[in-house]
Design a protein around this ligand. Structure first.
Ligand SMILES: *[C@@H]1O[C@H](CO)[C@@H](O)[C@H](O)[C@H]1NC(C)=O
Ligand SMILES: *[C@@H]1O[C@H](CO)[C@@H](O)[C@H](O)[C@H]1NC(C)=O
Ligand SMILES: *[C@@H]1O[C@H](CO)[C@@H](O)[C@H](O)[C@H]1NC(C)=O
Length: 463
């Protein structure tokens, strides 16, 4: 056996001797090919961003990570730098003067956030407290909510808001303005690939204030949300400067009472501003400015299609799934959206007009006089309407600690607006307040919501 083997080897060696050059050539070709493939791979790697999605964390509703006391100890509630400095129980009931609270908090830049997400999604989620939520109840699990957040700056404030409303069974669409900085957009994408139920809208807009693009940003998110695997019951849209006044459980119980009704602001009297749709508007570049704006032209707009009566409302609403399904499919609504191109602030007309349409069956709509109902999606203090402790920007109050007692007494789901760099103790304490209610599973009185005029009545046979 061993002899045969030796002969065979000798034979091979002789053959190899004869074909030495050929073998050498084959070896060289193999080496070259290997080298080429390696270079190709290296090149590809430098072009493709690391896929954070592969690392994305799957938090589950049962992941009761250290909620409550330990969440506080790990700096997951409010701003860590304010913990020892602000007594929030006292600030909520009888706030001191605004200047007596710390005026700034350390900020995280978009670059910081991007780095955290790319390094390690799990660490990002944990360090930022995305797993601080208490165990999600069965009732909440059966009633997922979709949220849309629109923003163009202050990603750290957006994350502060997102953490407050974050639950692993809900779904979140982030619509980042394409005119935001490149690094902010990249960081937003990185955040979304770290959290499994958070995504960036499939289509982003270069948003012009008061323009058609602002409306479309919400429409894109809604359309993405309809095809998302989470079968949400309601969608609530908001800007990054909003903050919740209710816990997730409270929102679920309130929305269940709505019973399919939409909560949409409607106004045909005082703040109606018909010029905004009677005349055509165009996006223009203002003199001396690089920022495009919407300007009124002298041309009359066409009348609205299909005899729609135009109602003014707000961009921010609470809409039932059935409403959104209809809106994105109905040909009349397509026409109305098309007509809205020439309207100033069409986001403040479209949802209100649909929710009060009379010639069309609209799920969850309101048939009575639009003003005969409250609007509870977002609590905003307009200049002249109520007290604002610190300041108004564009006629809207920027909330501060001094506003907290009035804020926590409101029936609204959210409050608008906060600036992270303007008396941040306000945001800090509101986060503590709502978080404490979440941890204890507290649901405050719901009687007010049972008698709202816009509810869809429960069918008596169901009871
Ligand atoms: C915070 O304020 C409340 C009520 O004003 C008071 O009872 C409590 O002792 C204070 N907590 C701390 C840690 O000072
Ligand atoms: C535009 O800028 C120039 C110089 O900066 C200034 O003199 C002019 O008044 C500005 N025009 C308007 C309309 O603001
Ligand atoms: C929330 O709970 C923490 C810890 O139990 C407590 O220290 C804090 O004062 C509470 N904050 C509010 C606003 O109730």
């Amino acid at each position: 056996m061993s002899r045969m083997w030796r002969y065979f080897l000798l034979y091979l060696a002789r053959k190899a001797g004869r074909y030495r050059t050929l073998l050498l050539a084959i070896l060289m070709i193999c080496l070259c090919l290997g080298f080429f493939v390696l270079m190709l791979r290296l090149l590809r790697r430098s072009h493709v961003r690391p896929k954070a999605a592969q690392l994305s964390v799957y938090l589950t509703p049962g992941d009761v990570t250290p909620a409550g006391a330990e969440a506080y100890a790990r700096g997951w509630v409010g701003f860590p730098s304010l913990h020892s400095k602000v007594n929030c129980s006292q600030a909520i009931t009888s706030p001191r003067r605004n200047f007596m609270y710390p005026q700034t908090v350390p900020r995280a830049t978009s670059g910081d956030i991007l780095k955290q997400c790319r390094n390690n999604c799990k660490a990002f989620a944990e360090n930022n407290g995305f797993n601080r939520y208490p165990r999600v109840t069965k009732e909440e699990l059966r009633f997922p909510i979709a949220f849309i957040i629109l923003f163009h700056q202050d990603l750290d404030q957006v994350l502060f808001l997102l953490r407050a409303i974050y639950r692993p069974h809900n779904v979140y669409c982030l619509s980042v303005d394409l005119s935001a900085s490149q690094v902010l957009i990249e960081a937003t994408l990185a955040v979304s690939s770290c959290l499994q139920n958070v995504f960036v809208a499939s289509k982003l807009e270069n948003i012009v204030y008061a323009g058609f693009s602002r409306l479309m940003a919400d429409v894109h998110c809604m359309s993405d949300l309809l095809s998302h695997k989470v079968k949400w019951n309601y969608v609530i849209n908001m800007p990054g400067q909003q903050f919740p006044l209710k816990t997730n459980l409270e929102m679920v119980q309130i929305l269940k009472l709505y019973n399919g009704a939409n909560d949409v602001l409607g106004d045909i009297r005082s703040r109606y501003v018909p010029r905004r749709y009677l005349f055509k508007h165009h996006v223009m570049m203002e003199k001396n400015s690089s920022i495009p704006t919407v300007a009124e032209t002298m041309h009359l707009n066409r009348p609205p299609p299909h005899g729609f009566r135009i109602v003014k409302g707000s961009a921010y609403n609470t809409l039932s799934r059935a409403f959104v399904e209809m809106v994105l499919q109905h040909p009349w609504v397509k026409d109305l959206i098309h007509w809205s191109r020439d309207v100033e602030s069409p986001d403040e007309y479209l949802w209100a007009t649909l929710n009060h349409a009379s010639d069309m069956v609209v799920p969850g709509s309101f048939k009575d006089v639009p003003e005969n109902k409250p609007w509870l999606t977002s609590y905003t203090v307009w200049q002249g309407s109520a007290k604002c402790v610190s300041k108004f920007v564009r006629w809207i109050c920027i909330f501060s600690p001094g506003d907290l007692p009035q804020l926590v007494a409101q029936p609204h789901l959210f409050a608008n607006k906060f600036y992270i760099d303007h008396h941040p103790a306000g945001l800090h304490c509101l986060d503590q307040y709502v978080y404490n209610l979440s941890v204890t599973g507290t649901v405050r009185a719901l009687d007010y919501y049972r008698t709202l005029p816009f509810l869809v009545p429960f069918n008596d046979f169901d009871n």
